[in-house]
Design a protein around this ligand. Structure first.
Ligand SMILES: [Zn+2]
Length: 109
């Protein structure tokens, strides 16, 4: 996950040349595509362009910024998720871990 970070500690995934908090120049930064759900909103109206039911989650990246993500599932505060960017929108899914996924594949075989 790419974004901008300031020396004052402010971080964002938005394109901002200057820090909105202190006005200094921001530096490009990168974080792992994993985070923790801080809050979750179930949408009752489906936004235009979405064929499926989508909800919104506010995800905090580890030592990084907070990102608003779309998700088709139901999440809870504290859930660990992975984030993917698609057409400028962020989507998150429950983080299951690579080892677990490999185990699941092996079980099917
Ligand atoms: Zn700053």
């Amino acid at each position: 996950m790419k974004g901008q970070k300031c020396r004052c500690g402010f971080a964002t995934v938005a394109e901002r040349p200057r820090c909105p908090r202190c006005g200094k120049l921001m530096k490009p930064s990168e974080w792992p595509d994993e985070g923790k759900v801080l809050s979750f909103t179930k949408l009752h109206a489906i936004p235009e362009g979405f064929e499926d039911r989508y909800n919104l989650a506010l995800v905090g990246l580890h030592k990084g910024p907070k990102v608003i993500c779309w998700t088709s599932g139901i999440l809870h505060e504290g859930d660990l998720v992975t984030i993917q960017e698609r057409n400028g929108r962020y989507f998150c899914t429950l983080w299951t871990g690579l080892d677990f996924k490999m185990d699941a594949e092996q079980l099917k075989a």
